[in-house]
Write a protein that binds this ligand. Sequence first.
Ligand SMILES: *Cc1c(COP(=O)(O)O)cnc(C)c1O
Length: 391
Amino acid sequence: MREVYLDYSATTPVKEEVVNEMIPYYTQLFGNPSSLYAPGLAAKAGLDKARTQVAELINAEPGEIFFTSCGTEADNWVLEGVADALKKKGNHIITTNIEHHAILHTCQYLEKHGMEVTYLEVDGEGFVSVEDLEKALRDDTVLVSIMMVNNEIGTIQPIKELAAVAKKRGVYFHTDAVQAIGNVPVDVKDLDVDFISMSAHKIYGPKGIGALYKRKGITIPNFIHGGAQEKKKRAGTENSAGIVGFGKAAELAKAGLDKHIAHSSELRAYLWERIEKDIPNIRLNGPADFTKRHPGNLNVSFDYIEGEAILLRLDAYGICVSTGSACSSGSLGTSHVLDAIKVPVTKANGAIRFTVGDFTTKEDIDYVADSLKKIVELLREMSPVNGMEGW
Ligand SMILES: *Cc1c(COP(=O)(O)O)cnc(C)c1O
């Protein structure tokens, strides 16, 4: 049986070049980067190089990169940190209703602790409007946090325009760019943003390592307290191997960006072409203009059947996809993102997210499209609501 992984937005395999770069940091260069003898200094040199590699991916200065344990930590840190640092100025944060749970659940936590949060609504394709942001800004707004690329439906926000509106009012702008780096060009100087969250495991790097970009000159409190690591801003002995792996993954992502975008978009377009041709009664969720969408993302609803049932049958064919988002599997209810773009519940239940990536081939797509056709036909035959009005 063929094995096809089409869930690159959940996580990616670690590229061999990345693994090879990491291994010596477990075995030979294992010194504590804070130690002053040679093996410690060698480990420290690895961290410095990686910091430069990650900075270069987003056109930042190495001193503006702070390594964290994951993208989620970077999101938590910036929201809680800015809320704390600016509490004299105000207690209002603006975000959107399609953010990752790393943002949404942190906002809910902050609401319990006296913050007020405005959740901007999005249009039918998941776009935030610049005018809506303009109207939501208040004198007591301390932070705007809007994700750059949505993890479920792939929508790429006009971050530069949105950040400019916040800047005009003197309000910090953060973007969760976990799905953006390595998939679309990200240049912090051009975007003119203050904070960016990143993660390695979505760009062919290891799990358990992320980073926060914090514009030079901005101070926020520490999130993890302890030693003097990360310029005394993020304590805890550094995950040297993870950081070095993140650095290498960032270097590869930067060098291969155009090729990655071309390859992913081509296969994603081919998958959509095959699904559209072979399977009736479907709905594309997210931007119809594929240039405004994550290059590997396709989110499709199949009428009359459950996404979960499709997922499990695809799994039996050796195919990995996700329903809604991986982070919400196991929780009841439909995806908050599909809700936000007003996909009717019946159709949201039948949604599958496919994400292609660097190791996907045309043969993989043919196999997935053939299997999917069979599975959808079978499940629809069994479905009591097949062909029913209102589904
Ligand atoms: C995966 C993801 C995160 C969380 O990153 P982790 O490193 O897994 O904690 C945050 N935001 C978005 C948009 C993501 O896709």
